[in-house]
Structure formats: C-alpha cells, structure tokens
Design a binder for this molecule. Structure first.
Ligand code: NAP
Length: 304
C-alpha cells in the first residue's frame, strides 16, 4: 500500500492513476473527501486528514510500504502556507512513516530548491529535503520544473473569468515546462518493487524537466489560440511586480508571493541544464504542450 499525500492535486491525480494502473494499492490523503471525487474508479482508498495533524497522518500511514508526498502550501498563507504544509506536514509524514515501519519516502520537491533561494517555497523545499535525507528512511527526492498543466489551467481560468490573459512580467524568459503526467510516470518507476531498492533511486535527488523550453508569452498565445480567443496579452511590468512583492507582503501575502514568483520566472534561469531523472530512468514519456492540447482531457484535471 502506497500513501499519496496530495493525491488530489494536479500531480497527485496523475500519480494515483499511474500507480493504480499497475494494480498497486493506493491510499490518498485529502482534507476533504469531495476533493477526491474525480478519483472514483481508480480503486484508491480515500482517507480524510490534514498533513498538519500528526494523529491524522499516523492513521493514514498505518500498513503502508511507501509514502509519496505531493502536498504543497505554495498558494496558501500560513498557517496553510509552505512552512506549515511543506515543512511541518512533511515532518509529520516522516515521523509517522518511521513509527509505522514504512520503508520508502518519495518527496516531491521543486527545481531550484536551495537554502539561499529568493523564493520562500524553494527554501522551505530545501529544508524538507534535508529532513527526508536525515530521516533514516529509504528516500528519493524529485525536483520537477514547472508543470504545464498548472499553467494551462491558470491561463485558461484567467481567460474564462476575465476574458483576457495578464502575464507577470515580460513573459519572454525561456522556462522548462514538464507535464505532471511525466513526473507521475517517474514516481511510478521509483516506487515499483523492482526499482524501489535500486541504488540509483535510493538516496537520490533527481531533477526532471520536459522536452520543451517555452516562454510564458508563447504558452499564453498557444492557450489562447487553442480556445479560439484572440485579443492582446496584457503584462504587469517588472518594476510594478517588484513593488507588489515587497509592499504587499504585510497586507496581501499571497499576492506578494505570486508577484515574487513572477519576477523569478521572468528574470532568472528557468531552464534545466541536466535532467538527471531522464538520464537515470530511460523510457519516461516526454509530453509536449501539443500533446496535452491534442488530448484535452489531460489538461482538465479535477475540478471540485
Ligand atoms: N505546480 C508546479 O508547477 C510544481 C512545480 C514543481 C514542483 N511542484 C511540487 O509538486 C507537488 C504537487 O504540486 P501540484 O501543483 O500538483 O499541487 P496542487 O495541485 O496545488 O495540489 C496540492 C495538494 O496538496 C494537498 N494539500 C495541501 N495542503 C494540505 C494539507 N494541509 N493537508 C493535506 N493535504 C494538503 C491538496 O490536497 P486537498 O486539497 O485535497 O486536501 C492537494 O492534493 C508539490 O509538492 C509542489 O510543490 C509543483
């Protein structure tokens, strides 16, 4: 039995589908049962609980051989933000896994996780990685680039609600996007019995990206074109974004975080020089934006 914490999310949904397709028994931890309604039919067991609640986590881990942590508090503000969820929640999962005798821990981190990152989430991810590394469990850390599905959905929602797309910054920086489908395929391989004990996956931190670097302006243009929407793409200028990231921190921390992320996506190297996951695991799918647009269902994940 594998526990997928965050099994209702964009990546988690693909992980649950990939694992159950291999007849692996899966348990999903979610804060609200209805968030897992789209997983009916996969055969996954659904347990309700919050990763911030040690008792709920202990119950969820009983009888498991592995745990995959795909939770995040990125868009939340504390006490539901990165510190509480990505750090506190993962600490609870680690503690409970050790107590339950769970063998393997797979942590979904993020490309760019570093102790000195300007982005809070990346610093917190790095700290969570350190906790997993010191846990005594058999661990694998995966650091994906940015998910195509997340951005297709974000831009599509913007278009649906505002009738236009507004990008944070110039939108001209090349960014490596990976499909959550590909990352889920990697999780499936890493947890598969024949691989779980393999040296290249234990005590390994693997970076995974996709086959394409795209600018946000490219991506937005292609999302608009697919939906038959013309119209200009608007931009929040970088100086305004920088001011938002600082000035809004005390009053609107969520918007300040998004503005800071926008600055980083627009001005720092967002490509992936070495895809260590694809080097270690041959044969992973390499899903492109065109692939996702051709199979519309894949871009329209859970909506509850
Ligand atoms: N999106 C990206 O571009 C990207 C890029 C690199 C890495 N990542 C990492 O990949 C992982 C998955 O990201 P995602 O974008 O697929 O996430 P997502 O769609 O935003 O879903 C977040 C998941 O976290 C769960 N969650 C949040 N707070 C929780 C809590 N207090 N207790 C229990 N569950 C909680 C949610 O479950 P319920 O709402 O059902 O409770 C949901 O399943 C995360 O670790 C993220 O940091 C994401």
């Amino acid at each position: 039995m594998i526990l997928v914490a965050g099994g209702t999310g964009t990546l988690g949904t693909h992980i649950v589908r990939a694992l159950t397709a291999q007849r692996t028994q899966v348990r999903v931890l979610t804060r609200r049962a209805e968030r897992a309604s789209h997983l009916a039919g996969t055969g996954a067991e659904i347990v309700v609980g919050d990763v911030r609640d040690p008792a709920a986590v202990e119950k969820a881990l009983a009888g498991t051989s592995a745990v995959v942590s795909a939770v995040q508090g990125f868009a939340g503000t504390e006490p539901a933000g990165p510190r509480a969820v990505d750090l506190g929640g993962n600490a609870n999962l680690i503690r409970a896994a050790r107590a339950a005798g769970t063998r393997q821990f797979v942590l979904i981190s993020a490309a760019g996780a570093a102790p000195d990152s300007p982005l809070d989430l990346r610093r917190v991810k790095y700290q969570a990685e350190q906790a997993v590394i010191g846990s005594g469990l058999q661990w694998t850390i995966l650091r994906p680039t940015v998910y195509l599905e997340t951005w297709i959905s974000l831009l599509g929602d913007m278009l649906a609600t505002k009738g236009a797309v507004t990008l944070f910054g110039r939108g001209t920086n090349p960014i490596n996007f990976v499909s959550a489908y590909d990352v889920a395929a990697l999780v499936e391989r890493v947890t598969a019995t024949e691989f779980a004990a393999a040296a290249e996956f234990t005590s390994a931190t693997l970076e995974i990206g996709g086959p394409e670097d795209l600018t946000l302006a490219d991506l937005a243009g292609r999302v608009l074109a697919e939906r038959g929407a013309g119209g200009p793409i608007r931009h929040v200028p970088l100086p305004v974004l920088r001011a938002m990231a600082t000035l809004l921190r005390p009053v609107k921390p969520m918007i300040a975080t998004l503005a800071r992320f926008g600055v980083i996506m627009d001005t720092t190297d967002m490509t992936l020089p070495r895809d260590t996951a694809r080097a270690a695991v041959p044969g992973l799918p390499a899903t492109t934006l065109a692939d996702l647009q051709a199979g519309a269902a894949a871009t329209d994940l859970h909506r509850t």
